[in-house]
Ligand binder design. Structure first.
Ligand code: DGJ
Length: 717
């Protein structure tokens, strides 16, 4: 609900209020974001200490919380935008001009954002307030959009900057949202990482005067830093304490700038990374910045994660797939790499079918001259040497087994050794007079060019029409270098969204999975097009504890693609039990990536039982709430739980990483269950809810390294 009362704008979500007000000098000031307030005129005045040494119009905003601050006039803290105006300077101050509300959610031209309708068909009361601010002297207007849903504790913010002058202005930075927090001891929790080690949470205290730029400038949203940040009060943990988060619905270079002013107040701003960014706006032209979702919880980080998980499932991911049970797949990548034949693939699929799997995915190596990673990218024609019956014939053979068929593509890339590159060398991103930097022997196609987008869309459409293809893994395997001009990365990102939009709309029944050298583009922007993303190329169960734990802080487990692979693990050489590999992968979109034809009987029988278990629990993983109970970053243990929202069904996974003696194992207390109920596990053993919640269970770990225990409980009626 949104109410406007005497220039005070009040947005109410399920348990939250967001309040802004127009100050006496016409500035849009921030009043409150937190627990819900009554819908009335507020009695506590906007108070702040004004001490500043300068006052451009007889007052300063230096100590005042604002909605969309500028730098360099009434405030010298970092500003939310920079415009080089017609006078050749960057001074600006936006003042309130007008406000309007609309039913429904804000839309952003050419970019993904929250969907107004829930995929469940329920009306969640989306409403948006648009506040227009203007600075005539700088020649710009900013329209700030704030969407609230009755059902959620989030505000989705975005901004459009318009040139209202008669000369070009240059937009040099544009954050999508600014969040002002009171002086308090606060920690920042963020998700840095690397290839094969994505989203490993770090926590640090922000002290007076500090600036942290939690950002990525490597082309996509990145292995190295995810566009998700929490600011929590000192002492907040998984289930307790006040926490605010910001998530950017964007897949390009991003930044969340955290700055703690000299008065200890905290300003967080999230948006496109200003490094290498620029947009020249001609008179009348506008620039739309991506959406930033801010969330509030009084129940620690877990509260944030569960809120965002429900939101993304219902209002972000493609509605036709978001809440639909996903097929259990087998992918041939780690089984064969590039070295396969049609018969070998069918042999894997046959055995996988026998184990109960439902989808066979053919990974890299099926097109052009692609026998290793140095050639063929861009040539989207099937190689008959490997697949004599083509995609049509192969998909028919797989379908005949009773399995769906899917395939891998990497549409944004080209190998210099490819027909495409030989025909169109100018289609690869480059700067004139410089040889472009190769990574994995490949270059990036310049999808800011309409003809390149058209080539990609048409050639992939042709491929996807050649057989009965029901799943696509969309990969992207290198960072972006050689950007030809400032602002290029944003234009590339818009091109990517255009292609993703065209292909997902043309094939609404194909389940798309995102991938970028593992989890290099795991962000809310991509989740708008793909309901699931390959979380990491590292599929070792112990590494995955950390990767999946970290990823679940900002994303639903229904989006985390997780596979059981062979040992020794191909990325780190670790040998973990087959049971542990599956137990960890169950909390995600479950699948396999190994040569199942090489399993011994015992292993094969175990896989059959795992597949059967995954089928029984996948609805719970899709719809349930996720609780992180023990952190692998803080101890030798990891435990997590998925509980259905009505508390009727529970999945618990506990892992003791290294075997040791002498120290008692840690009990695990369940959350989100009915303490008055009795639960039964799959063997029929009974447990009282109050004991599970308050005393906790002691997992019976095998005496070995990497031992995992799972429990599946249902409430007795
Ligand atoms: C990187 C992906 O993350 C892998 O799963 C695999 O698809 C390879 N690319 C194929 O080249």
């Amino acid at each position: 609900m949104i109410t406007i009362n005497n220039k005070t704008i009040h947005l109410q979500g399920r348990d939250i209020s967001y309040v802004m007000t127009v100050g006496e000098h016409g500035d849009l000031l921030h009043y409150h974001f937190g627990k819900k307030l009554g819908d009335r005129e507020f009695s506590v005045p906007m108070s702040y200490n004004v001490w500043s040494a300068y006052a451009p119009e007889g007052y300063t905003l230096e100590n005042v919380p604002q909605e969309y601050p500028s730098y360099g006039y009434a405030d010298l803290r970092p500003g939310a935008y920079t415009v080089e105006n017609t006078g050749g300077n960057e001074v600006s101050q936006l003042k309130f001009k007008s406000v309007r509300t609309e039913r429904g959610a804000a839309e952003i031209k050419g970019m993904p954002c929250l969907r107004e309708s829930s995929c469940t068909g329920e009306d969640h009361g989306a409403e948006t307030v648009y506040v227009t601010l203007a600075d005539e002297a700088a020649g710009i207007e900013a329209e700030l959009a704030y969407t609230v849903f009755d059902r959620f504790n989030i505000i989705a913010r975005s901004v459009v900057i318009k040139n209202i002058s008669d000369k070009p202005v240059v937009l040099k930075s544009v954050y999508s949202a600014c969040l002002e927090l009171d002086a308090n001891e606060r920690d920042i929790i963020y998700l840095p990482g690397s290839w094969a080690g994505e989203r490993q949470p770090e926590r640090c205290r922000v002290h007076r005067g500090m600036k942290l730029d939690i950002s990525n400038e490597r082309g996509g949203s990145g292995h190295n830093m995810n566009p998700f940040v929490i600011a929590a009060e000192k002492g907040a943990d998984e289930e307790h304490g006040e926490a605010f988060s910001m998530s950017l619905v964007y897949s390009g270079n991003h930044s969340t700038l955290v700055s703690c002013a000299s008065d200890c107040t905290l300003r967080l701003m999230q948006g496109i990374n200003p490094r290498g960014f620029e947009s020249v706006l001609e008179p009348g032209e506008s620039f739309a910045a991506p959406q930033s979702i801010i969330c509030y919880s009084q129940n620690g980080f877990g509260g944030i994660s569960r809120e965002l998980s429900r939101l993304y499932r219902e209002h972000l991911c493609p509605p036709q797939y978001s809440m639909k049970e996903r097929p259990i797949l087998i992918n041939n990548w780690e089984a064969t790499y590039f070295d396969f034949t049609e018969d070998k693939l069918v042999e894997i699929a046959e055995k996988a079918k026998e184990a109960g799997m439902e989808l066979f995915v053919m990974d890299d190596g099926w097109f052009g001259a692609r026998n290793n990673d140095d050639k063929g990218l861009g040539d989207w024609t099937v190689t008959r040497k490997k697949l004599p019956s083509g995609l049509k014939g192969l998909s028919e053979r797989i379908n005949k087994l009773g399995m769906k068929f899917g395939l891998w593509i990497e549409p944004e890339m080209v190998n210099p050794d490819s027909e495409l590159y030989r025909a169109h060398p100018d289609w690869a991103i480059h700067v004139s007079g410089r040889k472009p930097a190769e990574s994995r022997q490949q270059l990036i196609l310049d999808i800011t060019k309409p003809e390149v987008r058209e080539y990609i869309i048409e050639s992939i459409k042709k491929v996807l029409s050649e057989g009965n293809i029901e799943y696509v893994k969309w990969d992207m395997n290198r960072p972006m270098t050689d950007m030809p001009y400032p602002g290029y990365n944003h234009r590339y990102t818009l091109g990517l969204y255009e292609i993703a939009d065209a292909l997902t709309k043309a094939f609404p029944n194909i389940l798309f999975e995102g991938c970028a050298g593992g989890g290099g583009r795991f962000d809310p922007g991509m989740l708008y097009y793909y309901p699931q993303i390959w979380a990491s190329d590292n599929s070792d169960a112990v590494a995955r504890l950390k990767i999946q734990y970290g990823t679940s802080m900002g994303y639903p487990v229904s989006a985390i693609s997780a596979h059981v692979t062979a040992v020794p693990n191909h990325q780190n050489g670790r040998v973990t039990p087959l049971k542990t590999r599956a137990d960890v992968a169950f909390a995600g979109v479950f699948g396999y990536e190994l040569d199942i034809t090489k399993m011994d009987d015992e292993g094969f029988e175990m896989i059959k039982r795992q597949v059967e278990f995954a089928k029984r629990t996948r609805k719970l993983m899709l719809e349930g709430d996720f609780y992180r109970l023990q952190s692998p970053f803080e101890s030798n243990y990891c435990a997590w739980e998925a509980a259905s929202q009505d508390g009727r069904e529970v999945f618990l996974m506990c892992c003791k990483i290294l075997s040791d003696n002498g120290i008692a194992d840690r009990r695990v207390r369940l959350l989100g269950i009915d303490e008055g109920a009795v639960y039964k596990d799959d063997e029929g053993k009974l447990y009282y809810g109050d004991e599970l919640a308050n005393r906790g269970i002691m997992p019976e770990y095998e005496k070995r390294d990497f031992a995992a225990v799972i429990m599946h409980l249902t409430k007795c009626e």
